[in-house]
Design a protein around this ligand. Structure first.
Ligand code: HEC
Length: 159
């Protein structure tokens, strides 16, 4: 049987099947936006840049990197309100662990106090690692960077 009516019915059936398949795919899709690990990789870069900016006494650059860290940590919670191994709410845990250390290092930057900066940088790093521990990613250990991999950026303060 291959009448025009039959062909129309077949075409309509195929369209309907296509729609069902599309909506099924949408349901299966991951949430839009960058992955948790992707955002963390850029947070890792900002964490390193913050160190070299502080070593150079480039306070405007340190302030900028602190803002970028805050934004990155906000994005993690925005795109991933929960995560398979993070206990509870990602935005809440992030705020609990990071707001204090970020505020503290910001004060050292505002005061232009290099010794306080170093001490608070280590405290900030310890908080990053505490969240990795709490999230069953304790094997991800962030440390003070030793050599600057960002050779395409001048970290010196403007004279
Ligand atoms: C909410 C808890 C939490 C906080 C706070 C946190 N992390 Fe993470 N981090 C994670 C989790 C979970 C992963 C693994 C994500 C994944 O891949 O699924 C991760 C992954 C990473 C990675 C690995 C990325 C890669 O591609 O290798 C780095 C680097 C990293 N974090 C740096 C940091 C730094 C630096 C800080 C502090 C400024 C920080 N993290 C704060 C939970 C956290």
């Amino acid at each position: 049987m291959n009448t025009p009516a039959h062909r129309r019915a077949t075409a309509a059936g195929l369209v309907a099947l296509g729609l069902v398949a599309c909506s099924f795919r949408n349901v299966q899709k991951e949430p839009a936006g960058p992955g948790f690990g992707e955002i963390m990789a850029s947070i890792g870069a900002r964490h390193a840049k913050l160190w070299f900016a502080g070593q150079a006494g480039n306070w405007p650059l340190t302030a900028y990197e602190i803002d970028e860290l805050r934004e990155g940590l906000e994005d993690v919670g925005k795109y991933h309100p929960t995560h398979k191994t993070v206990p509870g709410s990602v935005p809440r845990l992030t705020a609990d662990m990071m707001d204090g250390p970020l505020d503290a290092i910001e004060l050292a930057v505002k005061a232009g106090d290099k010794d306080a900066f170093v001490q608070r940088y280590d405290a900030l790093t310890a908080s990053c690692n505490a969240c990795h521990e709490a999230s069953k990613f304790g094997f991800l250990r962030v440390v003070r960077p030793s050599t600057n991999p960002f050779t395409n950026q001048d970290f010196r303060a403007a004279r």
